[in-house]
Design a protein around this ligand. Sequence first.
Ligand code: FAD
Ligand code: SIN
Length: 527
Amino acid sequence: MQAMNIKTDFLVIGSGAAGLSYALKVADFGKVTLVTKGALGESNTSFAQGGISAVTSDPDSFEKHVQDTLICGAGMCNEEVVRMIVREAPRQIEQLVQWGTEFDRNNKGRYDLAREGGHSERRILHHKDATGAEIQRSLMQQAKAHKNIEILEHHFAVDLITQHHLGKMVRRYITDAECYGAYVLNLKTRQVGTFLAKVTVLATGGTGNVYHTTTNPAVATGDGVAMVYRAKGVVENMAYVQFHPTALYTPSERPSFLISEAMRGFGALLRAQDGKEFMQKYDERGPLAPRDIVARAIDNEMKTRGDDFVYLDVTHKNADEIIRHFPNIYKKCLSIGVDITKDFIPVAPAAHYMCGGVRVNMDGLSSIRNLYAIGETSCTGLHGANRLASNSLIEAVVYADKAAQHSLQCMKSIALQEGIPDWDYEGTSHPEEMVLITQSCKEVQQIMSYYVGIVRSNIRLERAFARLGIIYKETEQLYRTSTLTQNLCELRNLIQIGYLIIKEANAMRESRGLHYSIDYPPKKIQA
Ligand code: FAD
Ligand code: SIN
């Protein structure tokens, strides 16, 4: 079967909050082709629970949101970016509302604001405990209705097209690369199409699946970051992997079900298995300390006591209120025999968010010309060394807007590139055994979880690097000789993500934010 080649104005890769809102912003001005590797609703966005942060009323202020973000980011945020996003947030919230997103309101008709770790005020807008699903729903509805947006589900972006594909050399850091689109694998026909675009936008989301335990759905395999790295673009801050402190402890389940931080904002306490509260030992803010501190405290309690989980306890709160605020969490826990109005919830940390990614400027433009990166796949400077809860959905929609404005200005002077060769299928045969891919994937996840997790050390990182190197060589060999499949591409991407995390972690000579090494204890000991 002949591969479908496409020429378009805007190629958007990914259908979460970032990709869909970008597509909606540019669709009145040109043809948008949006590819997504699963069904349209498969994204981290759909899983987001707690909400989206924005300053919407007194006594909150932009300055307080800025300061909370900077404190959480442990000296690594770009303050100009933080200020821009915080100021822009209310406007983008109104845009979401115009697109049909419904946020909960109180009986006075004002937004019902929640609080989460690291926030000094109540500023989290939410839709019960399923805010992401509501945002995803409204954006999908709008995108499907727009005549200029062509949505291609089950289309997997394999690699970016740059001068390299015209036989020219591209050098990293010299930033002379230029993007002409992407090679895209149709997962139904198994053909690879050449998708040429004036502007290409990576909105491919997170990297959680590089770890064994994660809150991220299966689509979060770091494809965008790996593609940019292969195309010699600049990627940064990859050592800062955020582990959410409280994922429901169900070891056989993947992804791990999240117990929202909003529950600690609502008053839930953390208890060791003997029932004793422990967070005050680690931080005066108790269970509402920033996430890195809470996750490390739980990790420490589990390791010291030899336990696999701790408890989250909300039983002292009014049962009706618990169910009203957290209907999905209530239902999920009940399905495993835990009635959260009466029982403690078993929880453990899980890989949750990648603070690093494709380095972009304040317009969302990467180091590769005509290539934008938005949402979790990007590194804007907002999060620094640790993301403040509920700051990522807002970053995604603000940067979708920024990238849209900038690319609309630029696209008029960009011509589609000629002479790009079709995908080269030569020499490819089916992998003899799928186990070669699935087992390697599990090995990568184990290596990353045991050696490059919440607490790291030089020897663990060295060991991880060496082990990953073996899998890298085996997988590159397999990739060269095998038919392209989604699993194989994702394994390759996960290995590259693991490599980048280890490389950057290894280069650090300090503990900061989410990167904590026992060889470089932080100046202020937190336990
Ligand atoms: P995503 O929503 O992940 O979308 C990425 C898209 O790219 C997907 O459609 C995927 O299929 C597609 N894709 C990936 N690779 C390819 C490829 N190679 N080819 C084609 N398509 C591809 N943040 C908050 O601010 N507040 C919260 O309350 C919150 N709660 C969370 C709860 C959970 C359980 C999780 C996992 C995350 C949460 N986050 C929260 C983080 C937030 O959801 C994400 O950072 C944000 O949704 C990312 O949006 P995105 O559009 O960048 O990526
Ligand atoms: C949560 O609801 O705890 C997730 C919030 C976030 O990751 O920002």
